[in-house]
Design a protein. Structure first.
Length: 89
């Protein structure tokens, strides 16, 4: 069963990249074993992500100030028009 935290302990700015640019893991010292993160979207738009399960999906019309409760390991630049995105763990 998936467990979704309701509080954020850490956060970092995300720069959308290619499908090979992953968000670093905070669960290990060397960044390996990526368990994913949820996203906060500061400026409205579309957000293309790769989930920890390997699914490539685009969330269309994400409203500013939204948390996306999906475990994400990548934010893809090609389909992302939203900005001020934060990775939250």
């Amino acid at each position: 069963m998936a467990y979704q935290r309701l509080q954020v302990g850490r956060a970092a700015a995300v720069t959308p990249g290619t499908t090979t640019a992953t968000i670093p893991s905070v669960s290990s010292q060397d960044g390996s074993g990526n368990n994913g993160c949820i996203l906060y979207v500061g400026v409205a738009g579309n957000v293309e992500v790769v989930t920890v399960g390997g699914d490539n999906v685009t969330f269309v019309g994400v409203v500013a100030g939204t948390f996306l409760p999906v475990l994400v390991k990548q934010v893809v630049a090609a389909g992302t028009t939203a900005s001020n995105i934060l990775a939250c763990w």
